[in-house]
Design a protein around this ligand. Sequence first.
Ligand SMILES: CC(C)(COP(=O)(O)OP(=O)(O)OC[C@H]1O[C@@H](n2cnc3c(N)ncnc32)[C@H](O)[C@@H]1OP(=O)(O)O)[C@@H](O)C(=O)NCCC(=O)NCCS
Length: 176
Amino acid sequence: MELPLPKVRRADHHDARRLAELAEETFRATFGAANTAEDMDLHCRTNYGEAIQAGELANPDMVTLLSEEDGRLIGFAQLRWGGAPDCVKASAPGEILRLYVARDWHGKGVAPMLMRACLEAMAARGADVAWLGVWERNPRAIAFYRKFGFVEVGDHVFPVGSDPQRDIVMARPVVP
Ligand SMILES: CC(C)(COP(=O)(O)OP(=O)(O)OC[C@H]1O[C@@H](n2cnc3c(N)ncnc32)[C@H](O)[C@@H]1OP(=O)(O)O)[C@@H](O)C(=O)NCCC(=O)NCCS
């Protein structure tokens, strides 16, 4: 018998510390082997920490969604409203800034639930196009986004520490 999937909920300010921990843990698990320790440490210092994630949770132009199992955070997604690269053709773009699932939950339906919740939150906010940047050397994530109808529309630079990496920019209509 299939076990029910953990539900997705909106994060609030109480979640800052655990969100920071999961964000750093999953970033390191995903990219640690392909980057220098110095670049990883610099990136993590400047992007993750209770105060940084608390600021994101308080930002009215961001929404954070969490998936939780038995009190443990196992996945999160963060949406951001604001600018988009020129290659994204939209009147009201919404960015999927981060979407990360703990490794032991890959392939088990958590990421699709988070993605569906992202698209619902985008629709609720009136976004017409969802876009994201994904490292060109992250084939699993690219395949995942393609499954959800995202197509490549351009690229941009995403610095990890001192390394300017090429991110593929992908986009799709929020409502197909
Ligand atoms: C990206 C992520 C959220 C996707 O969640 P997931 O549960 O792994 O996704 P799914 O298993 O539903 O889909 C992944 C697809 O990629 C395929 N895949 C796996 N490894 C692959 C590879 N090396 N190359 C190409 N496709 C691959 C899988 O077969 C699957 O497709 P299928 O459902 O048709 O079989 C998750 O892998 C993750 O958290 N990764 C680490 C963080 C990350 O990279 N986040 C994105 C940053 S932009």
